[in-house]
Write a new protein. Structure first.
Length: 386
């Protein structure tokens, strides 16, 4: 079985976390989202993978190589201009034949769901999508079904939530390329998957499998935190204790890389992932956090509901207060979301900095001691006290 995984996009709504990495390489549960997608596909019987790459593609290709580490054959197809998921899929027409999975590299999926999609294909030989219940529509489209047949797919649903939405996993054959070939860009320059699916539905050639298990749209930073917490929920700490001080307290439901150092009397609460070579100082407190490789959390820091980027440094007694918060992303205002803050790659917050709920701090920012940060701070800025 072959899988096409669409991993070319940037994920602008996760900026600044995606300024230096493709969205599928953002870590959740201490591994890139794309790695979790790949592992689910392999568990469902996939032995060949075509990765469609584009934005910062070297990070994907360096991490996955030819797939030997996962005992799967990986090849790469480049989407030179990121014009949408359907356009990305069109790039692989010559690389596949028969039926195949299509997965979004930025959307974690269950292997059991993929097996159900394949079972439906075996029964009907009809292109099939996963559909899930959600309180908000996704960029892949809201779905209306009659029985097992998809009647419509739209990026603008007409019903009230919860919506039945496209879950971002499919089994297709050559019919999908037939409907994509004559698609044209929308006014915003997008070749959307919703349009391609609607064309299949118009032909009576689209089936849906309803997924009732866990599912989380990974569009915004607070989605990453919620999914990370779900992935590590109930996980017992099996980290080599040499990196964790005897007086430190680490809850269950935490993911620690084996190279992590946790200092004296520090506390790491559930829902937290600490990546490779992360250092947590004495008396620090973390809860519901994603801390990426090489980051440093100083002595006495208190950090809640926060994403800390690669090689970022939070100095002594830094406080990230935690959510709920009101956050503006693009033209949309999101209220009561669970985000204390984002501190992007290689940013330095010196001692006693306070990060107010919902603050998004760009890459390579320097904040002087004692400053109070709020709102959105552009990459490369220096924030001085007073």
């Amino acid at each position: 079985m072959k899988a096409v995984v669409l991993a070319a996009g940037q994920g602008q709504r996760l900026g600044p976390l995606t300024e230096g990495r493709p969205k599928p390489m953002v870590p959740v549960g201490n591994k890139p989202i794309l790695e979790s997608v790949l592992e689910a596909a392999i568990a469902a019987g996939v032995d060949e993978v075509v990765l469609v790459v584009g934005h910062e593609r070297e990070r994907i290709q360096t991490h996955f190589g030819d797939g030997d580490e996962w005992s799967v054959d990986i090849r790469y197809v480049v989407q030179p201009h990121q014009l949408g998921a359907a356009h990305a899929l069109s790039q692989v027409e010559s690389a596949v034949e028969g039926h195949f999975f299509v997965l979004h590299g930025d959307q974690i999926v269950d292997a059991a769901l993929l097996e159900r999609l394949l079972d439906r294909w075996d029964e009907t030989a009809t292109p099939t999508i996963a559909a899930v219940r959600s309180d908000r529509p996704t960029e892949y489209g809201a779905v209306e079904v009659a029985g097992e047949t998809v009647e419509s797919v739209s990026r603008t649903p007409t019903d009230d939530p919860p919506f039945l939405v496209n879950g971002g996993a499919y089994v297709f054959d050559e019919r999908v390329f037939d409907v994509i070939r004559d698609m044209h860009e929308t006014t915003d320059g997008d070749f959307g998957m919703a349009t391609a699916l609607q064309r299949l539905a118009d032909r009576g050639s689209l089936s849906a499998v309803l997924h009732r298990g866990s599912w989380q749209d990974l569009t915004y930073p607070w989605d990453l935190l919620a999914t990370n917490a779900a992935l590590v929920h109930g996980r017992a700490d099996d980290t080599d204790p040499r990196g964790v001080d005897d007086t430190a307290a680490v809850s269950d439901g935490v993911a620690l890389d084996g190279s992590v150092s946790v200092g004296p009397n520090a506390t790491v609460f559930s829902g937290t992932s600490l990546g490779e070579n992360v250092r947590i100082g004495a008396n620090a407190v973390l809860s519901n956090c994603i801390v990426m490789p090489g980051a440093r959390i100083g002595d006495g820091a208190v950090v809640h509901d926060c994403i800390v980027g690669e090689a970022a440094s939070l100095g002594p007694n830094v406080t990230v207060e935690g959510g709920p918060a009101t956050v503006v992303v693009g033209d949309a205002v999101h209220r009561e979301v669970g985000l204390g803050g984002v501190v992007a790659d290689r940013t330095t917050l010196r001692g006693n900095v306070t990060v107010t709920p919902g603050t998004v701090i760009g890459r390579e920012v320097l904040a002087d001691s004692g400053t109070v940060l709020r709102g959105r701070i552009a990459s490369g800025e220096t924030v001085r006290r007073g």
